[in-house]
Design a protein around this ligand. Structure first.
Ligand SMILES: N[C@@H](CCC[C@H](N)C(=O)O)C(=O)O
Length: 300
């Protein structure tokens, strides 16, 4: 029995809980406990799956949770890590390098393991939508906003920002700045992520366009906080910069944890390529197991 498999992608870390390997229950409270960096394993989120026996040619379903226990519809880094997990468990089926499909609450996402030893995986995240109803976004008076979200005036405390908001399986708000810093992400990120105009909250990226082929971002994630990297955030920043005419169709996105490559097709569909690795695997100690069981019982 193996209760957990821990992975990281440029420092964005997830715990995989595989129901084929453990009977550990998963609930918002148990996710919070597992992700706690002092009382649990520590992670930015949990990937729970496969939710059914994986079969070649059939989308493999999984559920994703942020470290605060909230459900997230999709995770670019998480999908890449889960693809590696499937390959580690059944290399004969999933490690051959052929593309296959993962299914989350957002949509189906094609993945392809390009270099298993180096952990290089590519994932297709589809086409972003730059529309208020998709985010969703409210107007200042709290009524549903309508129309394009390429340039949205957003008042945050004393600051008057102009941001680009988009939805690509999950919501994102890109904030162009002269210098993205961890301090800025940690201070302003929460105010934007939980802004009243985003009823489902939003992931936040602070973006500097270094050149037409290089972007630099700092990330504050919905439900997880400051992150060293984020796949869907890197794609959101690239899609926003591309839509604003600020970058080419293939960019390196630099984050504190490392860089990924994002390519944007003429139809706006986005592909993310980057490394990730397994960090550890193991069993929960009896005391933690008992707490997880109590948390799940309380959630029923
Ligand atoms: N780190 C992930 C994003 C995880 C989900 C996000 N926090 C949300 O709630 O949408 C990634 O690599 O995309």
């Amino acid at each position: 029995m193996t209760d957990f498999f821990k992975y990281q992608a440029l420092g964005n870390d997830y715990v995989v809980i595989d129901p084929r390997c453990t009977d550990v229950p998963v609930s918002p409270e148990s996710v919070r406990l597992v992700c706690d960096r002092h009382f649990g394993i520590g992670a930015d989120g949990v990937l729970y799956g496969p939710l059914e026996e994986p079969r070649p040619g059939v989308p493999v379903p999984l559920a994703l949770f942020n470290s605060d226990g909230s459900v997230c519809e999709r995770s670019g880094n998480g999908l890449r890590m889960f693809a590696l997990h499937l390959a580690e468990r059944e290399p004969g089926t999933w490690a051959g390098g052929e593309p296959f499909t993962l299914r989350t609450a957002a949509r189906d996402s094609p993945v392809q393991i390009l270099d298993r030893a180096a952990g290089v995986v590519q994932v297709g995240l589809g086409k972003p939508v730059f529309d208020a109803a998709a985010l969703p976004l409210l107007d200042e008076d709290g009524t549903p906003a309508e129309g394009p979200t390429l340039s949205v005036p957003l008042t945050v405390g004393e600051r008057k920002l102009t941001v680009t908001a988009l939805h690509n399986g999950n919501p994102h708000t890109v904030v162009p700045v002269a210098e993205p810093t961890a301090e800025l992400a940690r201070s302003l990120g929460p105010e934007i992520a939980g802004h009243a105009r985003f009823p489902l909250r939003t992931n936040v990226q602070f973006l500097r366009v270094v050149s037409r082929s290089v972007l630099e971002i700092e990330v504050y994630e919905r439900g997880a906080g400051y992150a060293l990297a984020s796949g869907s955030s890197a794609c959101a920043a690239a899609s926003a910069a591309r839509e604003l005419g600020l970058c080419d169709d293939r960019v390196e996105v630099r984050m504190p944890g490392g860089s990924v490559t994002v390519t944007i097709a003429p139809d706006r569909s986005v592909t993310l390529t980057g490394e990730s690795q397994q960090v550890a695997s193991g069993v929960f100690a009896p005391a933690l197991r008992a707490r997880l069981a109590r948390a799940a019982e309380a959630a029923r």
